[in-house]
Write a protein that binds this ligand. Structure first.
Ligand code: COA
Length: 196
């Protein structure tokens, strides 16, 4: 048994697309989110928000048609999440692309492989919806996230020098893209090449 299998022995890992969340799930998710913010954030928030504000935030996310929430569970409890953001209907020119954003796992649930599973499930859903590209951006200080995205095939195409302001410091951000194969129609490679 390798180290990761040993670590995972007896633990249950799951990622689901959430269409509704119970009160208990919302409380767990708020706790996980604040724990990740306190540990260093890296996914938008800088200051812990408190349970009530985060529960309102997640209830709001579930109402937005272009946002899909993916929740990671360890032993059944929400410990992290990510968003798949689809282009609005008026953006026909970019309907082929979607964005992965706001991805994090609570510090107490890291190292089990949940973030990898989260990104893979989100990609599967994006491909099933017909998207050909996933875009994402990340602060250049988020070394673990960068290692994860690069190992999953995301291509770094640019760096924004003034990407974020965090605790009085300007932080650069790395921009990534990955092509997907929706499994129907022309291959994404052929589609992209035909435009050149
Ligand atoms: C990035 C993050 C989501 C990873 O969560 P995780 O569940 O621990 O990640 P996983 O267990 O799925 O590991 C994924 C990869 O991350 C890397 N990794 C995980 N833990 C690591 C550690 N302690 N040190 C270095 N690399 C590590 C490995 O490359 C691992 O790949 P492997 O599957 O080949 O071993 C988590 O660290 C986090 O929430 N960070 C803060 C928020 C953030 O940076 N979000 C990204 C903004 S979009």
């Amino acid at each position: 048994m390798n180290a990761s299998a040993l670590l995972n022995a007896g633990r249950s890992l799951a990622v689901e697309r959430a269409e509704r969340l119970s009160e208990a799930d919302l409380a767990d998710l708020a706790e996980a989110t604040d724990a990740a913010i306190i540990e260093g954030g890296g996914f938008g928030w800088v200051e812990p928000q408190g349970r009530a504000a985060l529960e309102r935030h997640f209830r709001g996310v579930l109402l937005v048609p272009e946002r899909e929430l993916f929740v990671a569970r360890l032993d059944g409890h929400p410990v992290g999440s990510a968003l798949l953001v689809r282009p609005p209907r008026h953006n026909e020119a970019q309907a082929f692309a979607a964005t992965l954003t706001h991805a994090y796992i609570a510090p107490y649930a890291r190292g089990f492989g949940l973030a990898r599973l989260l990104v893979e499930k989100l990609e599967e859903r994006a491909a099933a919806l017909g998207h050909r590209v996933i875009n994402l951006d990340v602060r250049e200080t988020q070394a673990t996230a960068i290692a994860l995205f690069e190992s999953l095939g995301y291509v770094h195409w640019g760096t924004h020098p003034y990407y974020a302001r965090v605790k009085g410091q300007t932080v650069a951000g790395r921009f990534y893209a990955k092509t997907l194969e929706p499994g129907r129609g022309r291959s994404t490679g052929a589609l992209i090449d035909s435009a050149n």
